[in-house]
Design a protein around this ligand. Structure first.
Ligand code: FES
Ligand code: FES
Length: 210
């Protein structure tokens, strides 16, 4: 397991505003990793069976072709976080209940904790790290989160952002009720739903260029 996978949430440096701190977290997707999952990953990483050569696949992630050694029973969340260092994808429940692990697979939001990596080897995968443009400009949904400061601990934030990006592709101009329904597969343990919805309605506006 690399040190990168063991990174904890970045500390707020003296003189750093909350807004800039959160912006940094959103851009890097770097928040707390649960130690329980890190432990489990070490087990997955030692998974025996097929030879490494049989498991070496190429994934299309965030516009890049990434070669990675993937066990047959490995989930996409595990591959993203612990093989590719894309820790912006969070693991909450690890059982298709909370949405913290949401990524886009061919533009459709999917729970990466419940998706076998081998099943998406021919798909286009986008994680929170792939949303900003090459020059660092945040995606409108990310920008709306920065503008609205809509999350408390923000553990659920990457999943909500990815779910919203995916939903807005199918309905760019939703009512508040439609959007709430569209991202209802995501849970927030801080239960800050009204503020999150405010943010995501603003995100819809920004995405339309309004
Ligand atoms: S971690 Fe995947 S749905 Fe909760
Ligand atoms: S803001 Fe804390 S889990 Fe959603």
């Amino acid at each position: 397991m690399s040190e990168e996978t063991m990174s904890e949430a970045p500390a707020v440096q003296p003189g750093t505003s909350r807004r800039n701190f959160i912006k940094g977290v959103i851009a890097a997707g770097a928040t707390v990793s649960a130690s329980a999952y890190l432990f489990r990953t070490s087990v997955v990483g030692q998974n025996g069976g097929a030879a490494v050569g049989e498991r070496l696949i190429t994934l299309d992630i965030n516009g890049q072709q990434r070669k990675v050694d993937v066990a047959r029973n490995e989930t996409l969340a595990m591959t993203l976080r612990y093989k590719l260092g894309l820790t912006g994808t969070k693991l909450g429940c690890d059982r298709a209940e909370c949405g913290a692990c949401t990524v886009l697979v061919d533009d459709v939001p999917r729970y990466s904790c419940s998706t076998l990596t081998h099943s998406v080897r021919h798909a286009k995968i986008v994680s929170i790290e792939g949303l900003a443009s090459g020059d660092g400009k945040l995606h409108p949904v990310q920008q709306a989160v920065v503008d609205g400061q809509g999350f408390q601990c923000a553990f659920c934030m990457p999943g909500f952002v990815m779910a919203t990006v995916g939903y807005l592709k199918t309905n760019p101009n939703p009512t508040r009720e439609q959007l709430a329904h569209g991202i209802s597969g995501n849970l927030c343990r801080c239960a800050d739903y009204n503020k999150i919805l405010d943010c995501m309605m603003h995100a819809a506006q920004l995405s339309r260029g309004a």
